[in-house]
Design a protein around this ligand. Structure first.
Ligand code: CA
Length: 462
């Protein structure tokens, strides 16, 4: 023990500061508290109404303000090259082209929410089973693809930034375990990654560059990181999908990500996670997982969602200071109607609000055999009527609170005191995160005393 103390003293003296040797484990910034809301505008176009905690209908600004008030500070948006057939009919899954990403990014920016851009480099869904090359690039050689990837990422990023979006992070490829953009040879995948990442660098050197893999339970991340290193791929973030009912324990997630963080010095991130709040399907199209499935590790309700997401935040946080954060996948992908399959189908086809439309048949591998609605409505953080679930508050648990700053704009002003008064008379409902900021006297309740204390701060009496 004495020897250790001497060593510690030597370290302190050598660096002159306690902060230098703060424990790496357990210390984390968890900078990103995100949601993927790629399907948002397809949902809105289909007539979906989202509400706040008091039941009030929200416009686009209101929706992103609600996300912010729940502690969300980033949105992930998937970008497909051209998710339309030759007649201009959308493939579905939100018809997520670059214009959709710009619309989301620009309104998010107004509420201090940044963008994590997810370039699939395909015209539709990408995962370990599907990595189809975009239609326009189908006869390209690897080197032609490499140029095309550079141009697509460079142009897309500039469009996003021009729209007002604040892009903090970009991933090139989505769940690329078995390939990307029609390439299955990993050396070729690396060529395309390097090309995409150099486009990101050319646009803005401050944007984090991410690779994205899945299946942490297969324990292969160290191998992938080694291959990327060997092939000279320069990037900052190694991101993983983590779905608790498929991907092993959160302890193993920490172990797998730690290996990459420690050996290769990369930041790590859970780019996708989710959990069901109900077993019920609300849109007449079956769901990917049911609460009735075996092996569900948490209760299937909103509290279970909170537990599930908290466990992922903690797992990434336990990596240490390289743990960057967590993004929840599609918390707003709810039903477009509660009357009938036929009514909903018409909307899915017209607005792309289902997971796949019949028009995707000419492009996607399943020939649009299983086209239809949302397979995710029971994993949303809104109920079938658009009311937010308590689980949406989970993000605020991982954010710093500035006491008195109830509207979370960084300053304590008279507006904050007014918000507290409105909450007391039930004209507004503060989120849990806002309540933490409002509870100046820390008595666990929001009262007139808090409102008065905030006013005192404003006039410098406190
Ligand atoms: Ca469904």
């Amino acid at each position: 023990m004495k020897k250790i103390m001497c060593l510690l003293l030597a370290v302190i003296m050598a660096f002159g500061s306690m902060t230098v040797f703060a424990a790496e484990k357990g210390e984390t910034s968890l900078k990103f508290r995100g949601v993927d809301v790629s399907s948002y505008f397809a949902e809105k176009n289909s007539g979906v109404v989202y509400r706040d905690f008091s039941g009030k209908a929200l416009d686009d600004d209101g929706f992103f303000e609600l996300l912010k008030n729940c502690g969300v500070n980033s949105v992930r948006v998937r970008i497909w090259n051209n998710p339309y057939d030759s007649d201009g009919n959308g493939y579905g899954g939100g018809n997520c082209d670059i214009e959709n990403a710009c619309k989301i990014g620009s309104v998010a920016a107004k509420h201090n929410i940044s963008v994590f851009a997810d370039f699939h480099l395909s015209d539709f869904w990408c995962d370990p089973e599907k990595q189809k090359v975009p239609k326009e690039w189908q006869n390209y050689s690897v080197s032609e693809k490499s140029d095309a990837v550079y141009n697509f990422v460079y142009t897309g990023l500039n469009k996003l930034i021009d729209s007002g979006a604040v892009v903090k992070m970009v991933q090139v490829g989505n769940e690329i375990n078995n390939g990307m953009c029609g390439e299955t040879d990993f050396a070729n995948v690396c060529k395309l990654l390097k090309s995409g990442f150099s486009a990101v660098q050319a646009v803005d050197k401050n944007i984090l560059r991410a690779v994205h893999f899945t299946n942490p339970e297969k324990n292969g991340y160290e191998w992938y990181a080694g291959q990327l290193d060997k092939n000279g791929v320069d990037y900052e973030v190694f991101a993983s999908s983590y779905y608790p009912y498929w991907h092993g324990t959160t302890q193993n997630l920490t172990t797998q990500l730690s290996k990459v963080a420690e050996k290769y010095g990369k930041y790590v991130l859970a780019a996708e996670t989710s959990y069901p709040f109900t077993s019920e399907d609300s849109d007449f199209f079956g769901n990917t997982v049911s609460g009735a499935d075996s092996g569900m590790p948490y209760p299937v309700n909103a509290e279970g969602q909170t537990q599930a997401v908290s466990a992922v935040f903690d797992a990434v946080g336990n990596v240490g200071k390289k743990g960057l954060g967590v993004f929840y996948w599609e918390p707003a992908w709810i039903t477009v109607g509660t009357n009938s399959y036929e009514e909903n189908l018409a909307k899915w086809e017209k607005f792309g609000s289902g997971w796949e439309s019949s028009f995707a048949g000419s492009y996607c591998d399943d020939g649009a055999k299983y086209f239809g609605g949302s397979s995710w409505d029971n994993q949303a953080m809104f109920d079938k009527n658009g009311n937010p679930l308590q689980s949406l508050n989970v993000f605020g648990n991982y954010a710093d609170v500035k006491l008195g700053d109830v509207d979370l704009d960084g300053d304590v002003t008279v507006k904050d005191a007014t918000l507290v008064q409105k909450d007391i008379v039930k004209l507004e409902t503060l989120t849990d995160f806002q309540k933490k900021a409002a509870d100046i006297n820390s008595d666990g309740a929001i009262s007139v005393t808090d409102a008065t204390d905030i006013q005192k701060i404003v006039v410098n009496l406190k």
